[in-house]
Design a protein around this ligand. Structure first.
Ligand code: DOR
Length: 455
């Protein structure tokens, strides 16, 4: 994003700073894009922009590994500008733009086009490249040319790479470049075009289902390819208990694999589909209560490293189609922090939103520092945005100021009409959440102040 030059000074006053154990009371002084002091009771020099952080925690700005910005091609659903604003309102300082645009981001020229759009955005937008040309699963993209432009993550997301031999070759090309291949784990033959999770609910509703094994078979195949090639891989939006178990075993074996889960798979089950509302259609589909418990446990024990939104905006007319033909996807940037906080840190605690309480969950809950680990620290590392531009870093003098300030006590109800996204397809409409982003600071500049976008 374009930065205000010189020594613009900003003070976050009266809050605490996310720390491994509890929060430490501290103000944060930012100057010229950098954190210059972290201490209680900092005096603001004249001319300082002072933001009230009282009752809040200041953490590293969130980093989303999985954002569909839809530009070029589907500007009716989202643009880089509107998606970036929704991200900032959700506490994100950086997002990775998925390549399933039209045309797909499958060449150096396509990468340059998205990078040009990203320059005007209010958060940092990193560009993910496709693995295959047109995401058609047949020919590999020019990885080296695209990596030379800074592309660090490659994925055909929206589709898995169906041919194991091609994926093996992609991993072999990726290795010397140091880039990460991210897989949308879905065996299309096994998925069989199903529109929801195959199980008791799909039978009752008469909606064709896709079985969990469509995901698990590709997880298993890809873990085997990681073992064979030694190349790092990231597994996108895991949703089934068995997928988590497979990754847990792979990690124990020492395979270089990371994995993410979405806020909706941490919080919603296939029972939501009972009203046939396509807002609950998503890929991978919402699964059973046991799967929700398993993905939560996966984050808690570190098997799943990251929470990523899979923010997938779709315009109202397409989500008004019948369930079978409506496109899959849910928006998520503005609700991710609060949904993940409720599911992982508050689950079952006094004051937790009842709809986010999972019966049978283990009594262990994530700490706020662990939550920031999954929403910021680890994703920044996976996307290479830690070294490149200081995202996900510890809050200390000398670090770049990529920050968000969150009021963990704020209760609010999701209203799609107020979203900054161009689309309205949130599954959380009308639900109560706890934890709200108050300010977001990108490269030392306030882009969200008191819950309002200012840039
Ligand atoms: O539900 C989904 N929607 N899952 C995906 O993998 C792609 C996404 C989209 O682009 O709409």
């Amino acid at each position: 994003m374009a930065e205000r030059g010189g020594g613009h000074r900003l003070l976050l006053r009266g809050g605490s700073v996310v720390a491994p154990v509890g929060g430490q009371r501290a103000d944060v002084l930012v100057e010229g894009g950098m954190i210059v002091a972290v201490a209680p009771g900092i005096d603001a020099p004249p001319g300082t922009e002072v933001l009230d952080a009282s009752g809040c925690v200041t953490g590293p700005g969130l980093v989303d590994l999985h954002t569909h910005l839809r530009q070029p091609g589907r500007e009716d659903a989202e643009t880089v500008e509107t998606g970036a604003r929704a991200a900032a309102l959700g506490g994100y300082t950086a997002v990775v733009a998925m390549p399933n645009t039209d045309p797909a981001t499958d060449s150096a020229a396509a990468v340059r086009a998205v990078l040009a759009l990203a320059r005007g955005a209010c958060v940092e937008v990193a560009v993910a490249g496709a693995i295959t040309v047109g995401r058609a699963g047949e020919r590999l993209v020019p990885f080296a040319e695209m990596a030379a432009l800074g592309v660090r993550l490659f994925t055909d997301d929206g589709r898995g790479v169906q041919h194991a031999g091609l994926m093996r070759r992609a991993l072999e090309y990726a290795r010397p470049l140091g880039v990460v291949l991210a897989e949308h784990c879905e065996d299309e033959e096994l998925a069989g075009g199903g529109s929801m999770h195959e199980g008791a609910w799909s039978s009752r509703l008469g909606i064709p289902g896709q079985p969990a094994i469509a995901e698990e078979a590709m997880v298993e195949r890809d873990l085997g390819l990681v073992r064979l090639t030694g190349t790092r891989m990231h597994l996108l939006h895991l949703s089934s208990a068995r997928s988590v178990a497979l990754v847990r075993a792979a990690r124990a074996e020492g395979l270089p694999v990371t994995a993410e889960v979405t806020p909706h798979h941490l919080s919603l089950t296939d029972a939501e589909v009972a009203g046939y509302d396509p807002v609950f259609k998503v890929n991978p589909p919402l699964r059973t209560a046991a799967d929700v418990l398993a993905v939560r446990a996966g984050v808690l024990d570190g098997t799943i490293d990251a929470v990523a939104t899979d923010h997938a905006p779709h315009p109202p007319e397409s989500k008004e189609e019948p369930f079978d033909t409506a496109p899959p996807g849910m928006t998520g940037l503005e609700t991710a922090f609060a949904v993940a906080y409720g599911a992982l840190c508050l689950d079952g605690a006094t004051g937790a939103p009842p709809w986010l309480t999972a019966p049978g969950a283990s009594p262990r809950r994530a700490s706020v520092a662990e939550l920031f680990g999954a929403l910021s620290v680890v994703p920044a590392r996976v996307a290479g945005l830690d070294v490149a531009s200081g995202h996900g870093g510890p809050i200390r003098p000398g670090a770049r100021a990529q920050l968000c300030v969150v009021d963990l006590a704020a209760r609010w109800t999701v209203d799609p009409a107020t979203s900054a996204s161009r689309s309205r397809n949130t599954p959380f409409a009308g639900r109560e959440l706890v934890g709200r982003v108050r300010h977001t600071i990108v490269g030392g500049e306030a882009v969200v102040v008191d819950g309002k976008a200012v840039r």
